[in-house]
Design a protein around this ligand. Structure first.
Ligand SMILES: [Mn+2]
Length: 463
């Protein structure tokens, strides 16, 4: 690239010398000869001349120039220079660096771009500064654990951001699964998250509070802070998180960045500062962590998230993320569904389906949703037996919307139930369900639910 930089002084020369000298060939046009000499002495290409005279530009072969940079503080002067350049060459790309809000030049000129100087410098400086800060933090993190085993403790239902962060921490420490396991007091339940750990071959072990420091193991928390846990955790060595700061807790190292949309963003910065390019597996986990925590960069994300996201994107396996997001339905569950559909009866616009024993809980609400597509159906009521729990999902498009109310009335005394007007759910332990209804079947659910729906439709009428 051949640049022509039109400047009042040698500031831009000093700035660009360190940044762009290797990629760019820059000719500096400055107002006087002595300044031009100074730049030449320091290894630059320069020419002196009156910046407001057309002759000055005639002596420069503009057709060799790919881009002109106009770095003149006075807006009026800048406008004049842009005009002179444009008169000489109608196809020249011009970037005008302006120090104040109004910029300069003809804004209808499609080949003229204006950049605010404070933005340019801020971006340049902050990324450099952050890099140093992050490098120091990585050094500190690596000094925390010695040869000890490290438990990376995640929240009760570990999510992609936590999992991606934990993988990155392990990588930063140069550790492996046996010496640095991911642990939780709960378990992964969301279908997407289950798909993520399966496809990325990630293991999360269940642990009890007493085992946290077994055999002198150290403790690291990512995407969560100690007060989240009801029980005391003992000594905590590391906390890296983006959630709002919780009440006082002690940790040997803490990095809390509440302005960030994801903890995975913090770990991406650590990796970059440490000069470690993530593997495809790690990049996929981190990218998916940022994506889910920021709702694809829409919620609570900032520039840092955007920058981490665009860094990870080319390194990650996008096809795998697509598979994680649309987890396949287990075959056996589909078969249960097919059988249930084949004997579907409609009663007052209500479709009731009991799927029997199924493997994946999320199949139940998906099915209830699907029922609404069947002609004449206003209510979809779908139940299934998931391990030792009866799960009932209700969807409704009718005029009388009281799905949550009905579920609460019928099942809240023996389990947990609730929801909105159009969407509700009940989860009841199997033994308590049988105690009350004698069995789990389509019939007992139908007999309980339909009178409630009919009663409400009659009292409320059709508005
Ligand atoms: Mn998070």
């Amino acid at each position: 690239m051949q640049y022509l930089a039109i400047c009042e002084d040698d500031l831009l020369f000093h700035l660009l010398r360190n940044v762009a000298s290797k990629q760019a060939d820059v000719l500096y046009l400055v107002p006087d000869g002595s300044l031009a000499k100074r730049i030449k002495r320091e290894g630059g290409k320069a020419r002196g001349g009156d910046l407001l005279k057309a002759d000055t530009y005639k002596r420069i072969r503009l057709h060799h120039v790919d881009q002109a940079i106009v770095f003149v503080r006075d807006a009026g002067l800048q406008r004049e220079i842009c005009k002179l350049l444009r008169n000489r060459d109608a196809n020249l790309f011009i970037v005008a660096l302006t120090a104040n809000g109004n910029g300069a030049g003809d804004s209808s000129d499609p080949l003229l771009r204006k950049l605010q100087l404070p933005d340019v410098f801020e971006e340049f400086c902050s990324s450099q500064l952050l890099d140093t800060v992050n490098r120091k933090k990585v050094e500190r993190i690596r000094s925390l654990f010695g040869e000890r085993k490290v438990h990376i403790l995640l929240q009760h239902d570990p999510d992609p951001d936590a999992i991606g962060s934990a993988l990155a921490l392990r990588e930063l420490l140069g550790r492996n699964r046996p010496t640095t396991p991911m642990v939780t007091f709960g378990e992964v339940t969301r279908p997407e998250n289950l798909a993520m750990i399966k496809l990325l071959d990630i293991q999360i072990d269940r642990i009890t509070p007493d085992e946290l420091h077994k055999d002198g193991a150290r403790l690291a928390l990512v995407d969560v802070q100690p007060p989240y846990f009801e029980q005391p955790l003992g000594r905590v060595d590391l906390v890296v998180d983006h959630h709002p700061k919780r009440t006082n807790f002690k940790a040997r190292f803490a990095d809390l960045r509440t302005a960030y949309g994801a903890t995975s963003t913090i770990f991406t910065e650590y990796l970059r500062a440490a000069g470690m390019e993530p593997t495809q597996r790690l990049a996929t986990a981190l990218l998916y962590g940022i994506k889910t925590d920021t709702l694809f960069l829409e919620r609570g994300s900032n520039l840092a998230d955007l920058s981490a996201f665009s860094y990870l994107y080319p390194l990650a396996n996008k096809a795998m993320i697509a598979r994680i997001e649309r987890p396949a339905l287990p075959r056996e569950d589909l078969e249960a569904l097919g059988r249930a559909l084949s004997r579907l009866q409609l009663d007052n616009g209500v479709a009731v389906i009991h799927m029997g024993e199924i493997n994946r809980e999320d199949v139940i609400p998906q099915m209830a949703e699907f029922c609404l597509q069947i002609e004449g159906v206003e209510w979809g009521v779908v139940s299934g037996l998931v391990k030792d729990r009866v799960v009932i999902s209700v969807r409704n498009v009718g005029y009388v919307k009281s799905a949550g109310e009905i579920m609460k009335k019928l099942y809240d005394d023996i389990g947990s139930a609730g929801g909105h007007r159009a969407m509700a759910k009940a989860v009841v332990p199997l033994d308590r369900f049988i105690e009350k209804y004698g069995e789990v079947s389509e019939k007992v659910i139908r007999d309980a639910v339909i009178p409630e729906i009919v009663e409400r439709e009659q009292t409320n009428g059709r508005e």
